[in-house]
Design a protein around this ligand. Sequence first.
Ligand code: PGA
Length: 235
Amino acid sequence: MKVIKVKNYEELSVMAASIIGAQVINKPQCVLGLATGSTPIGTYEKLAEAYNNGILDFSEVKSINLDEYCGLSGDNNQSYRYFMNENLFNKVNIDKENTFVPDGTASDSEKECERYEALCASLGYADLQLLGIGHNGHIGFNEPDSAFAAVTHCVKLQESTINANSRLFEKKEDVPTSAFTMGIGTILKAKKILLVGGADKKDIIEKAIYGDVTPEVPASALQLHKDVTVIYVAE
Ligand code: PGA
């Protein structure tokens, strides 16, 4: 595991975008595993900047996203599909047909999970998976005590996650209570993983990467992967 400590959010964003950019340069047809949340916003801004400067070309890139709220359609501004369009896809030359997010409106959730996992498998999983982390150590929506072997599934969100995410909704009652998420097993299939966290995630990141490997801290599963880079703000 490669651990990079940075001074601030700007450095975190530049460094994460550089690693993702290098992936796109090295393999123009790569599959990027992407994440939502506050942390990657700066990274996506830097990637869009590099595209505008003619440094990056996303025309052959495919992407698979970690998760999506159940019940929200892609045009709902709280959906993760909407987030990805706004923060990255609309700003670069990626073909939206090549960008994949679980379908929050799917009526048969079991079938949607199977479809999404099969899709990820058919793409050979991510060449590089970007991950944020929750204060409880979750990655994607894999909350504490998730099985490390799990594939894409539908989860009931923990109260702490609903509370954390409610900042983005008008009222707490609007936060969906369940979501589709790649399982930890799906995430670990990525060839490379990049975990990023701001200053508020320092403690949980250090617990995840230096502590016991345990389902109580879902991100500790990353210790089992052979190619993980962690960038976090530690000052
Ligand atoms: P963030 O959280 O919004 O602080 O990036 C990421 C996460 O909870 O997975």
